[in-house]
Design a protein around this ligand. Structure first.
Ligand code: ADE
Ligand code: ZN
Length: 339
């Protein structure tokens, strides 16, 4: 078994398709923005913040994640947050990112939709120009909130429609099935937006079926519980519906007890179009490169496996076909000399 080094992983050009921008808010930036906006955090120090990041399940994480997001108030804050993530992308050789944002986390506190999206968009444009990183925005509806709130958010988004590639669905999964949002997803699709949804992270395979059949999603975010339903696995394999898997997130939120138990490799062996993502890297102990590295170690992934995962990240992206081909060729060119 060849040992895969961090520098080899870095050489692989990669796309990230499952990243919540609010989940990339690191402790240092959180403290800095709290000071800048005169917001009182319940933490006194960076160590206090880090010590709070012990989670027993998705909800215990979300409570802390929404608390941290309070420090984001002005356009400049959303710019700084996004720019910091793009600099991390550069370090990890992430050349394309499809980024989730949760407008309701901010609009519910009185921050305007315009403030949120304008700050992010300015950073993404600068990232494209100065770092050569392409990106799309995916607007997520918070599933613990009512359908009316999702419809209001869609209305607010329409003036910025050309900046948004797709809609998504996130937050507390159990008790909030995709069917609750069938109508708002239909409206979003009629406006030309693509659709994705978190499903099968903590929720049952039925939620994945609902996301596919009722929300007409192009990808499933997480989807690791699909393994419990052989018919679903067969369907995902035949239709090549991507699963955006987030291994370190699953470990931190106790979806799997140990990274060695993660079903990523089993999903690959079943012919599912999976790739690795970081989800909320500031909270889960690792950005994209760390996720690749830890999976390579825990699951004894080969160099060929890692190349497949990187290839899948582009194949499953919303990039146009010619751009996908260019990225797949780039992987071959940069990595043919490796092992
Ligand atoms: N929001 C941020 N991270 C999430 C996750 N892993 N699942 C659901 N909602 C989220
Ligand atoms: Zn997520």
């Amino acid at each position: 078994m060849n040992f895969i080094s961090r520098s080899q992983i870095k050489k692989l050009p990669k796309a990230e398709l499952h990243l919540h921008i609010e989940g990339s808010l690191g402790p240092e930036l959180m403290m800095k923005l709290a000071k800048r906006n005169k917001i009182k955090l319940k933490y006194q120090s960076l160590d206090d913040i880090r010590a709070a990041y012990q989670f027993s399940n998705l909800q215990s994480f979300l409570d802390i994640y929404y608390e941290g997001a309070q420090v984001l108030v002005c356009e400049e804050d959303f710019f700084d947050l996004t720019w910091e993530y793009l600099l991390r992308c550069k370090e990890d050789n992430v050349v394309h990112a499809e980024i989730f944002f949760d407008p309701q986390t901010h609009t519910e506190r009185g921050v305007s939709f315009n403030t949120v999206i304008t700050g992010m968009k300015r950073a993404l444009d600068q990232g494209n120009r100065e770092l050569g990183i392409s990106s799309y925005l995916i607007m997520c509806f918070l599933r613990h909130l009512p359908e009316t709130s999702a419809f209001k958010t869609l209305e607010e988004a329409l003036p910025f429609k050309s900046w948004i590639k797709a809609v998504g669905l996130d937050s507390s999964e159990l008790g909030h099935p995709p069917s609750k949002f069938a109508r708002v997803f239909e409206a979003a699709r009629e406006h030309g937006l693509l659709a994705v949804a978190h499903a099968g992270e903590e929720g049952p395979p039925e939620y994945i079926w609902e996301a596919l059949e009722l929300l007409k999603v192009r990808r499933i975010d997480h989807g690791v519980r699909s393994m419990e339903d052989p018919k679903l696995i067969q369907y995902l394999q035949q239709k090549q519906i991507p699963l955006t898997v987030c291994p370190l997130s699953n470990l931190k939120l106790k979806v799997f007890k140990d990274l060695r138990d993660h079903n990523l490799k089993k999903l690959m062996n079943a012919g599912i179009l999976v790739m690795i993502n970081s989800d909320d890297p500031a909270y889960f102990g690792g950005y994209l490169g760390d996720n690749y590295f830890e999976c390579a170690k825990a699951l004894a992934l080969s160099w060929e496996d890692l190349k497949t995962l990187a290839r899948n990240s582009f194949s499953a992206s919303f990039l146009p076909d010619d751009e996908k081909t260019r990225m797949l060729n780039l992987i071959e060119r940069t990595c043919s000399d490796h092992m």
